[in-house]
Design a binder for this molecule. Sequence first.
Ligand code: NAP
Length: 255
Amino acid sequence: MAAEPTRVLLLGGTGEALALARALEAEPGLDTVYSVAGATRNPRLPALATRRGGFGGAAGLADYLCRHGIACLVDATHPFAAGISANAATAARTAGIPLLAVQRPGWTPGPGEHWHRVPDTAAAARALGDEPRRVLLAIGRQEVPAFCTAPQHTYLIRCVEPPERAPPCAEHLLQRGPLRYADERALLRERAIETLVTKDAGGAATRGKLDAARDCGVAVVMVGRPPSPAAAAHTAATPAEALDWLRRLQDRDDR
Ligand code: NAP
């Protein structure tokens, strides 16, 4: 008799999560549900079973894991999504199942790159200084209101969907990654951007803006990652590593 597939819950919302999910579409031994927060109206979804919306905290997630017979939880959420990652660690422990965290490394400056690193977006707003500047805000939409404390600057705000509140002198540029170096460079030049504010998201898909900032002489304010909520016992730096790990788990389950 064929073995039951291993049930996996994949917490997504990132390019890596989507890449892993697409690879899992063709894995017969793994039965994966892809989960997104539901904050974006048109999230990119794989051809897997999907669900949208919160679970109701760590307890709700643990309950979901148990009710759906999930054998492994994969946290491939964004490095700045600290709440869901903390919940994932607690819920996996409660349910007694392994947790795999897909964690892309942060960015490191290359030759000619000098970034002003700050711990959070409030500090990023202060780091822009008193003199009015033309700023590209590439931090997503949730933390844009932090820049209302620095209304002297002119902002070009890039996000997938517009923020709820923004500084007075702001224009929105609705765009989704990946974004190419040449386009990033053209944007910085055309808009005469002086400072780029970005989160230390890591990964290749959105690094083009940093390369372009270096080549255009644009200052970079880099918002650091929130503290890691819990050191997951199992980590993968890429979707390919995560897939290998899941295959090994499934082999073990089959024995
Ligand atoms: P967060 O603060 O850690 O999460 C807030 C709440 O949203 C969580 O407590 C959870 O609700 C729900 N949630 C988050 N991710 C979920 C998922 N994959 N499936 C189901 N529920 C989820 O995270 P966030 O910063 O708001 O980010 C939300 C989503 O956007 C994440 O999935 C993340 O991967 C993606 N994202 C975030 C950023 C960023 O810069 N923060 C950038 C790109 C993409 P309950 O407590 O009710 O379960």
